[in-house]
Design a protein. Structure first.
Length: 402
């Protein structure tokens, strides 16, 4: 019969200082390890007794769980040993791993809680919607990691498309979160790499059209007469400012304060990526800022008049709702502004980023600089705009065919 020991692998501690617990199986001088799906601080572990100390907030519950898993391993080992043809140690590990499979749903809820603690409200809202769909599909059933197979993913993909009416790209974004969680669980040694269904299941993605304004269309927007101090006036200015100021996201623009402006540069930390960026403003962007510069303005005042002065936005949920509401309002107004300016391109505020990128590349700015200003984590994302510019150049050469 295999000997069974519970071990804390301190060398695998994560950034929070928590190390994973394992079952160690030894038979015929061969060793196998099974992750138990639990992490604790080494200070809470009694190495001699192989138990969690009382200093751990859930010591009683964890110790019962560990005792149960050790007993299950010993019992299964004995059962397999008594079979006519004894099962190899790897077979014992496989059988025990199936019994000890982590709940994907529980892991998902822990991920949502971590997003809440980190204040990542945008990501939390998207991930919560994905979790809600999965919960509806499963009903009262749980979903273990070893049940997330290629066949399960194919069934769920059909469900999202046929019954939920989701597009290919919406399905992609849903399953992309599943893939992230599976990869995270592998990194934490909760499951083995062999249990990853995404090694065989490939996500599908359809190409989307990036909407952007030409120089002529952008100038039409800028020259459109609008009542000063109206929301249409402010939303137009905000959009045009973004097209000149590095395609700053609206979530960052709304929070921009005079403290972020040096007189020539805007310096900020992007909310989405956490990356610092410094942008030298061209003349038109400076011209727009002058429209909002008031005598006696404090460095803590918002530049653009959308978030309310004096309102406490330190709570991530409060800030997220304010930004979401202001963004929806801006997108609604932009459609009206474009119509008045006789611009046929259908735009949203995100089109300001696309407009900046295509204009910058057309004017010869190196793609590495464009990527940095946009805050892209990979230059591959920025290369999409380079393809757009190349297509425009190809079309321009068609004049020689006339």
């Amino acid at each position: 019969m295999a000997s069974v020991t519970i071990l804390l692998k301190k060398e695998k501690a994560n950034k929070a200082g928590e190390a994973p617990l394992y079952l160690r199986l030894i038979r015929d001088r061969k060793t196998q390890y099974i992750a138990l799906g639990l992490r604790i601080r080494p200070a809470d572990w009694n190495e001699e007794l192989r138990r969690v100390k009382k200093s751990h907030p859930n010591s009683t519950r964890v110790n019962l769980f560990l005792a149960q898993k050790a007993a299950e391993a010993e019992a299964l080992s004995l059962d397999l040993e008594m079979q006519p043809e004894p099962v190899a140690l790897k077979g014992l590990k496989k059988a025990l791993s199936a019994q000890s499979s982590e709940s994907f749903l529980q892991y998902f809820t822990r991920y949502l809680a971590a997003l809440e603690r980190a204040g990542k409200m945008g990501t939390l809202d998207k991930a919560s919607a994905v979790y809600s769909k999965l919960r509806t599909y499963l009903g009262t059933k749980d979903l273990l990691f070893d049940e997330m197979t290629v066949s399960f993913l194919r069934r769920y993909e059909r469900y999202l498309g046929d019954e939920r009416g989701n597009t290919v790209n919406t399905i992609h974004s849903n399953l992309k979160i599943f893939r992230k969680l599976v990869n995270d669980a592998i990194q934490e040694d909760l499951i083995t790499p062999a249990m990853n269904p995404f090694l065989k299941f490939k996500l599908r993605l359809e190409k989307t059209t990036k909407t952007y304004l030409s120089e002529e269309e952008l100038e039409k927007l800028w020259q459109l007469p609008l009542p000063e101090a109206s929301n249409l006036f402010h939303h137009r200015n905000l959009f045009v400012f973004a097209t000149y100021a590095g395609g700053i996201r609206i979530s960052d623009l709304l929070q921009l304060k005079w403290a972020n402006f040096s007189g020539s540069h805007v310096r900020l930390v992007m909310q989405k990526t956490g990356e610092p960026v410094s942008i030298k403003l061209p003349n038109r962007a400076l011209e727009i800022l002058q429209l909002y510069r008031q005598t006696g303005a404090n460095s803590s005042d918002f530049i653009f008049p959308f978030l309310k002065a004096g309102r406490d936005y330190t709570q991530p949920r409060v800030l997220f709702r304010a930004i979401a509401s202001a963004t929806a309002y801006a997108n609604k107004d932009l459609k009206l502004i474009a119509k008045r300016a006789e611009v046929e391109t259908l735009i949203s505020f995100h089109s300001s980023r696309h407009t900046f990128a295509t204009r910058a590349l057309t004017k010869g700015m190196p793609i590495e600089y464009v990527s940095k200003l946009l805050g892209h984590s990979s230059i591959k994302t920025t290369q999409i705009y380079a393809k757009i510019v190349n297509t425009k150049l190809d079309q321009a050469m068609d004049v020689f065919n006339d």
